[in-house]
Design a protein around this ligand. Sequence first.
Ligand code: GAR
Length: 187
Amino acid sequence: MNVALLASGKGSNVENILCYFRNHSKIKIALVGSNNPKSGALIYANNYSVPTLEFSKKELETTTILLSTLNNHDIDLIVLAGFLLKIPESFIDSFKGKIVNIHPSLLPKYGGKGMYGDHIHKTVLSNNEKTTGITFHYVNENYDEGKIIAQFPVFLEENETLSSLKGKISQLEWSKYPFIIERLCNE
Ligand code: GAR
């Protein structure tokens, strides 16, 4: 199975997934794509000798550069790991049930446009939530609304800070995403 990772930011999930699958017998990370030339994901991909593709938001929306590159690499599953652009409908048609996203909250809470990264955690903290977590879901044409695959909770302490909460969320994301990918590749 060939997997493509798409990311826009720091790329810590990409690094973790690349490390986990580096010698995997059945699953190969065959491409890392990003709309952000400064994304850490591209550097990590280079470190693991995985081909990369950079593209702009406009190229994603108006050209087939990403779709044809995915096809050229025989990609079976697209994994979004902090990818912040909307996936065009043409992708959703071509990769039905084969695009997975991670979201750092318990959807449907704190989902939708503009809800990503620190925005989510700051809102969770200011609402005095006792529990938050992470969600894995299939991607459809609406932000954060595809069918849920799995959710895992994170419990907030009295003295929880943005930084401590981000740390807990990241640890949980790193520990779960590789197994979710394996599960989807085996379906
Ligand atoms: C992760 O926490 C991921 O759940 C979140 O972005 C972060 C990326 O971190 N995704 C979203 O907010 C999607 N709406 P990373 O670049 O270090 O992997």
